[in-house]
Design a protein around this ligand. Structure first.
Ligand SMILES: C[S@@+](CC[C@H](N)C(=O)[O-])C[C@H]1O[C@@H](n2cnc3c(N)ncnc32)[C@H](O)[C@@H]1O
Length: 305
């Protein structure tokens, strides 16, 4: 058996992690390059956790966000940062006569979205959210953004683009992180993962992906009011959760945190083992294997232009 020193193993390398390692503030270009690297290596990873976690009514966060779209033929919907396309698929299955578009900057994710939908039913574009050049002014009734707004920096050009493409009276709805203490143990899960990441990159956390204002209910409201001064901004909080064999729950929960993807394999395994202990439900006599539970807080932001 080899005796590996895990302290020598390197984190995922990108210009963003290198800036952190050198105590520098990464710029927007480094952020995009980092996200591209994580998504290229793990395309499709995002949807596992939010598809599995459900609220008390049995809805996952895609379904909760999709409720904003009226079930009326011809409604024009843009999924901003659509990733591998789970939200577009839910919308298409619900009403085949919606007019659906999706944009994402990552071609590997778009390829998965294309593969899961019948040919020609959704227009997909490889674009950055800061410059939606292929989408006309006032051409969209509902812009949706599921768990991606928190990754975008600069954020103001994104919101300006959303405002430009939305028709008058159109709606923008985004699913983002909820207040960290709204779900049991969520802050412990966050702290555990960040403890491992900060052992490698101490600045990770103090500097994080995206614009931190979107992670705070009050600050995001102020930011959105800057771009949509006359609009009503409504933010609702909910909690979604999953249960199952604890090793699977831990793996799926960790896969929701971008920070976990920078860890080298061996460090990640140790982190997952600690996470399993944290998420384990006390064993019942009939359980064939240890069960776990993970809950996460979510916010649904809705703005009418
Ligand atoms: C966490 S994933 C969410 C994907 C999908 N909305 C979902 O929930 O399954 C974030 C997605 O945002 C995309 N993304 C991040 N920043 C972006 C930007 N500035 N412009 C376009 N896409 C972006 C990434 O490529 C990735 O597919």
């Amino acid at each position: 058996m080899t005796n590996k020193n895990i302290n020598n193993q390197e984190v995922l390398k990108s210009t963003w992690t290198e800036s952190l390692a050198n105590n520098q503030q990464p710029d927007g270009k480094a952020l995009l390059a980092h996200l591209r690297t994580v998504h290229k290596n793990n395309a499709g990873f995002t949807e596992k956790c939010p598809s599995t976690c459900r609220d008390k009514a049995g809805r996952n966060s895609y379904e909760w966000l999709a409720e904003i779209v009226p079930n009326t033929d011809g409604v024009r919907v843009l999924d901003l940062a659509c990733g591998s396309g789970p939200l577009l698929k839910i919308l298409y299955d619900r009403n085949k006569n919606l007019r659906l578009k999706g944009v994402d900057m990552c071609p590997e994710e778009l390829a998965l979205a294309k593969a899961r939908l019948p040919d020609g039913v959704v227009d997909l574009f490889e674009l950055k959210a800061q410059n939606l050049i292929a989408i006309d002014d006032n051409s969209i009734d509902v812009v949706l953004c599921h768990w991606a707004l928190t990754l975008m920096n600069p954020i103001t050009p994104v919101l300006n683009e959303v405002s430009r493409v939305l028709s008058s009276g159109g709606r923008f709805a985004a699913l983002v992180d909820g207040p960290i203490n709204a779900a049991p143990k969520y802050s412990d899960v966050h702290n555990l993962i960040y403890k491992f990441v900060q052992a490698k990159l101490p600045k990770y956390g103090e500097i994080d992906l995206g614009d931190s204002r979107i992670r705070s209910t009050d600050r995001s409201k102020n930011l959105l009011k800057e771009v949509f001064p006359d609009a009503k901004v409504n933010i609702e909080t909910s909690v979604v959760f999953m249960e199952g064999p604890v090793t699977e729950v831990a793996e799926t929960a960790a896969g929701f945190f971008y920070a976990s993807f920078i860890l080298p394999q061996e460090t990640r395994s140790i982190m997952l083992s600690e996470l399993s202990n944290l998420l384990a439900i006390p064993k019942q006599s009939g359980d064939p294997e240890r069960q776990g539970r993970f809950s996460m807080p979510i916010n649904r932001i809705v703005i009418r232009k």
